[in-house]
Structure formats: C-alpha cells, structure tokens
Design a protein around this ligand. Sequence first.
Ligand code: ACO
Length: 382
Amino acid sequence: MNEPTVTTQPSAGGLEGVVVAESEISYVDGQEGRLVYRGFSIEDLAERSTFEETTKLLLDGELPSAAELATFRTALAAERSLDERTLETIRGFPADAEPMAALRTAVSALGLVDPDRGDDGPDATRRKAIRLIARLPGIVAACDRARRGEDPVPPREDLGHAASFLHQLRGQAPDPEDARILDICLILHAEHGMNASTFSARVTAATLSDIHSAVTSAIGTLKGPLHGGANQEVMKMLLEIDARGIEPAAHVRELLAAGRKVMGFGHRVYRTMDPRAPILRRFSKSLGERTGDLRWYRMSEEIVDAMRAEKGIDPNVDFFSASTYHALGIPADLFTPLFAIARVSGWAAHVEAQYARNRLIRPRAKYVGKRDLRYVPIGQRD
Ligand code: ACO
C-alpha cells in the first residue's frame, strides 16, 4: 500500500523555528532579547508584581483587581498543605533520590488523591492547577527535609508564596529581603513560550489526558541539563573551579577545547542576552555583597567574559540564578525543583489554553530506514 504523500519538508533538527501553536500567554523576542507575559514586559513585572499576581495574570490573561488578587492569594495559601498520604509517599523515597525525580513522582502521586480527579472540565482543571501551584513548594521542601531525616514544616498561610517556601525549607520565617528576591526569581521563571517542558505539557494535554499527567511530563522534561537542569550544573561548575583553584577563563577554555558545553550559556531562541539574566546578575552581586562573599559572583562574571571572548555566547536565565540561589542558602540540587515551582504557573496556563482549542499534537517522522525486507524464520538466520 502506498503511503500518503508527505507534503511538508522535515523541520530543521530539534524543531528549530517551527511554530506549533498560536499563543496569547507570552512572547519571546529572540532578536531583541525581550520577554513579555500577556503584554507586560518581564522587567516591569519583576519590579512591580508578585509571583501570585503574575500567576493570576498568566492564567486569566489580565491583571487582577485588588479584590480578585486577595481572593486568589487566599485560595493559593489555603491549598498549600499536603495530605498525609502524599507525605507518606515522600517519606518512602530513598534518601539519595534526585530531588527532580522525587518531585516528578510526588506530583504524579498527587493526581491520585486530588478531589477533582476524573473531572477534566475547565472549572476542575483550574482547581487542580491552583492546588498544583500551591503544593509544589511544600513537596520540594518536604522531600529535602525527609532526606535529612527531618519532619516536614507545615506551610504558613500568612506568608506569600516564596516566603512560605523558604519557611518550609528552613523551618524558620525568612528575611523579607530574601523572600522578595526569591519572589522575583519565581516571576522570571514562570513562563517562557514554547520551551521544551511546556511543549511536553501541551503534547500530553492534547491527548485529553489530565493536568497532573501534563505537569508530570513537563517536570520530567525540565529535569534535563539542556533545559532546567542547567542551573544546578552551573553551580557544580562554580564549585569545581573553586576547588581546583583554577582561573575561570582557563576552565572555560578547557571545556570548550574538550568539545563540551558551558552550562548556563546559549539559547535556542535568544540571539542576544536573555532579558532575565541581567536581573539575576544584580541579585547575584547584591546578595554576595550582603553575605560578604562575592566569590561566586566574581567567578560568574569572569566566565561571562570568557564565553563572550571565546564563543560570542551570552548567559541564559540559568547562569546567574545559580549564584543567586547559592547565596540564598538553597542546596544546588534544589535549583531545578525551584524552577518547576515557578514554571508550573506557565504550564497550567498552557494546559488550559490547549484544552480550550484542542487538537491532538501528532507530528510525523520522515522514514529513512530499510524497506521491502522478507521475514526469515529464526532457525534459518545466520
Ligand atoms: N557552550 C558552548 N558552546 C555552545 C553553548 C554552550 N553553552 N551553547 C551553544 N554552543 C555552541 C554550539 O557548540 C554550537 O556551535 P557550533 O555551531 O560551532 O557547533 C552553536 O553554539 C549552536 O549550539 P546548539 O547546541 O546547536 O544550539 P541549540 O539551539 O540546539 O541549543 C542549548 C540550545 C541547548 C540551550 C545550548 O545552548 C546548550 O546546550 N546550552 C547549555 C545548557 C543550558 O544552559 N541550557 C539551559 C537553556 S535555558 C533553559 O532551558 C531554561
């Protein structure tokens, strides 16, 4: 039987430049280095918004009124607690479980106990989205404490999203300045067009599977070192440079000479500086000044100069987030889970958008394998 004619050309490797959907959620301008959520620049949101307000903006498409925001914040805060069964699941994880793998598993398990499981209508999906956004910080904190043999810390409804996470992680309320810096980091990481994890979430949602499945797919995709996993790899590199006592530029040259990528640099879409990087660069510096340890910031700047000189490539969002989170006292292997805590807002907005105008996402591969072979019974093969 003849195969139907394939009318489209195979895309460039990695679907580069391929438009897979229309979206009103965010705009990434790779040439000019601009990022816009629902019409608002990332710089404006980072300066003036909060993670909760940005999440509401991403989900609804417009800034909330004061009353709407207050209701949303209360709803999020009220949904932070983890049920005993999920906490038991977390306690059962091996102590050496990778935090991203633990998060992926716990989010999948949450789907089993969600009160709206089995209902994928718009209202139930929004309630599930709010529960997911609200609970991810508690899961990450509980997994981190469990591996250290410590009990989970209950969330505090009176604190904002970022502050409550730091409280659950450390067991004490954070300094307000730390909490605000983390809140801005969450805003910066909340959404980014059709990135790999968002695409995963949309592919899963497009089969009309549920939002917990879509977010679980997305977490698995974010985990890889070419995507969200790069931020913890950056910290590994900074620690290695420090331990070796080598010049950062020499380390960069060594990596490049060995044909290796330098983590936290380069981007599929940006041809200039990722607009989130300068904001994180400022935090890396100011936190270094505050803690009296500018080593990581200075080392990062030397790596930026070396990469500019050697490859002409700029840092992406992951590069300065590493030294920023380190200065906030967050363990390196929680950097990518922290990315997920922020990005779940964007994933939820995309899942809702996918359901609203759904069509199965099912591309094709151009077959370049063998044809017309005859089956040889096993006893007759050489
Ligand atoms: N270090 C060294 N060289 C690099 C880097 C890097 N970080 N990034 C790109 N290049 C070089 C490549 O070697 C290639 O050079 P060549 O043409 O001489 O072979 C050229 O730039 C193009 O790179 P590709 O890997 O083809 O670009 P692609 O769009 O496929 O990859 C990616 C983008 C995966 C982000 C890449 O830049 C990379 O691996 N960066 C390091 C990992 C990283 O930081 N990921 C986080 C990205 S942001 C995010 O997901 C949140």
